[in-house]
Design a protein around this ligand. Structure first.
Ligand code: TYD
Length: 133
C-alpha cells in the first residue's frame, strides 16, 4: 500500500565546501541496487511515470531541484514532494506513480532493485485498478 512507501533519510556528509550523500547496497535501503538511472531535462509542465511495477523496488531522489510524486495503491493516494538530495522516497511494488511539478534543472535519480524489464510494468490504469483490488 502507499503506507509502505516512505522517505528514507540518507547519510549526509556536510562540509564548508559542499555536501556528499552516499547510498550503500543493503545498508541504507531494503533492497540491493542493480540499476541506476536519472531523469533530467524534463520540460516545464510535463509529467512522467504513469505506471506501476509488479516486482520492482525503487528509491527516488531529487538529486537537484524538486518534483512531486503522486502514489496510488488503487485505494488511496498520497503526494510526496521531493526537494532534498539527502532523502529518498522508497516505492514498493504495486504502486501507480506519477511524477510532476518538476522545477527547472531538476534531476530525479532512481535506484532500482532489478534491470529494466518491460514485462514488469503495468502501463494501463484500468488494468492496474483491476489487479490491485
Ligand atoms: P518509463 O519507465 O516509462 O519512464 P518514466 O517512468 O520516467 O516516465 O520509460 C520510458 C521509456 O524508456 C520506455 O520506453 C522504456 C525506456 N527505458 C529503458 O529502456 N530503460 C530503462 O532503464 C528505463 C527506466 C526506461
Amino acid at each position: 500500500s502507499v503506507d509502505d512507501c516512505r522517505l528514507i533519510r540518507l547519510p549526509k556528509h556536510e562540509r564548508e565546501n559542499g555536501n556528499i550523500t552516499v547510498v550503500e547496497n543493503d545498508i541504507d535501503l531494503p533492497f540491493a541496487v542493480k540499476r541506476v538511472y536519472y531523469l533530467y531535462d524534463v520540460p516545464g509542465g510535463e509529467e512522467r511515470g504513469g505506471h506501476s511495477h509488479k516486482q520492482l523496488y525503487q528509491l527516488l531522489v531529487a538529486a537537484g531541484g524538486s518534483f512531486d510524486v503522486i502514489l496510488d495503491d488503487g485505494i488511496s493516494t498520497r503526494t510526496v514532494t521531493l526537494n532534498r538530495p539527502s532523502y529518498g522516497l522508497l516505492i514498493v511494488p504495486g504502486i501507480w506513480r506519477v511524477l510532476n511539478n518538476f522545477s527547472s534543472g531538476s534531476v530525479c535519480l532512481v535506484l532500482t532493485s532489478d534491470y529494466y524489464e518491460e514485462s514488469d510494468y503495468i502501463r494501463d490504469y484500468q488494468e492496474f485498478k483491476e489487479i490491485s483490488r
